[in-house]
Unconditional design. Structure first.
Length: 232
């Protein structure tokens, strides 16, 4: 069946799509009904209507609840994008009605959030008092994912790889990695150091399963070393 925009508009309602997404998230029609403040029969009917319209089974019923099928997962994944686009449209209309009003979601690494990111938000808030700013601090990989999923409007983060063409990037500053030593450290007189020289020193490292952790791992592997154990 060819589903053009007109046919979809007649047969698939946003309310029903929201119900499907809520049931998939809750894993139960009863819990979804409570969250949506509607009756469970209304939820069941909406699911049945969508299944009949699309001619696929969306959920496998079981004694512990429901499990979304691959069809439901596909619908939920793209449904998230649908509601995100609608939210973006509403925000754009609000901005068109009053350009001085808005809400900006900013993501940055934990280190940047404590200094640079916080200062940026403070200065922007002073300049645009009617705009609210939401600052999210997380590991760089999580920030990039949130930006791709459009959960953030912009990110302040280190650029590890070429930025995808659908994203715009501006370089704020170039930051180099350095080795800092205390005034009485045995390393203070050394002008040339390699990673192998520091293998027996105590390390503070990012989790290995994060984006930053993978960069650290690659740096050690590039010179034939294993990543040291943090704190040892």
């Amino acid at each position: 069946m060819h589903w053009d925009a007109q046919r979809l508009g007649r047969h698939l309602k946003l309310r029903d799509l929201n119900i499907v997404m809520t049931v998939a998230r809750c894993g139960s029609m009863g819990k979804a009904a409570l969250q949506l403040a509607v009756s469970q029969p209304a939820v069941s009917k909406a699911i049945a209507d969508v299944e009949r319209t699309l001619r696929v089974r969306l959920f496998d019923r079981g004694p512990l609840g429901v499990e979304p099928t691959n069809y439901a997962r596909a619908l939920v994944d793209h449904g998230v994008a649908v509601f995100d686009e609608l939210q973006q449209a509403v925000r754009k209309m609000e901005w068109l009605a009053d350009p001085a009003l808005g809400h900006v979601r900013i993501g940055c690494s934990i280190v940047l959030a404590q200094g640079f990111g916080a200062n940026v938000v403070n200065r922007m808030a002073q300049r645009y008092p009617r705009v609210t700013f939401e600052l999210t601090a997380d590991e760089s990989g999580a920030i990039y994912r949130a930006l791709e999923e459009r959960k953030l409007d912009l990110a302040i983060a280190r650029i590890f790889d070429p930025v995808p063409a659908h994203l715009r990037s501006d370089i704020l500053y170039n930051d180099r990695h350095v080795i800092a030593a205390g005034a009485h450290s045995t390393w203070i007189r050394r002008r040339r150091l390699q990673l192998v020289d520091l293998m027996n020193e105590p390390w503070v490292l990012p989790p290995p399963d994060t984006l930053t952790g993978s960069i650290v791992r690659e740096a050690f592997q590039a010179v034939g070393l294993k990543v040291p154990i943090a704190g040892q």
